[in-house]
Ligand binder design. Sequence first.
Ligand code: AMP
Length: 198
Amino acid sequence: MRRICVFCGSSMGNKVEYREAAKQVGEYLVKMDIELIYGGANVGLMKIIADEVLSGGKKVIGIMPHLLIAKEVEHKGISELISVETMAERKELMASMSDGFIAMPGGFGTLDELSEILTHNQLRISDKPIGLLNTEGYYDSLLKFLDEAVNSGFVRKEHRENIIVSSNIEELIDKMNDYEPIVMGKWIKDIKVESNGG
Ligand code: AMP
């Protein structure tokens, strides 16, 4: 992977470990010579990662809708700031420009980005690796919910298992490098059969 897109909080979170993890992600991207694609902001965990990658001399590309640039939350020091019309356009560009995705602790924006890219993966619009950095068990309850969604028959086991999870950035990126998209042709046929009472 040459470029990784990181989804994470525009807030800092209230544990120092979140900030430390963001710093470690930035450091590791530099070490592995991977460029950062992110939301382009100068706030929260987003800022910590961007600053770390920049201070290591590596490229940082931010993608931000006009709406947010008008509110002056953009990071003025990044290598490239791409301005787009809408949040949807931002996600599309993030998806097409990146070789893989990491979601770190964050709020609605992070969940929206993660959820969209998981859906792309499920529909095979994209088959790039998606990693969840589970710092301090932040995503334990989401993962539990996803297991419940599998048990309840709304998420397919193979789609759930497609999410790469680790609390350690080195291990996460190693696993992402080993990722092989699974064959999914069968599940659309399965849901048709299921919906027709099969
Ligand atoms: P949240 O998780 O709600 O803090 O939102 C963070 C995610 O949504 C980031 O990955 C961004 O791409 C996007 N986002 C939300 N708020 C902002 C903001 N103020 N500036 C830039 N991007 C944001």
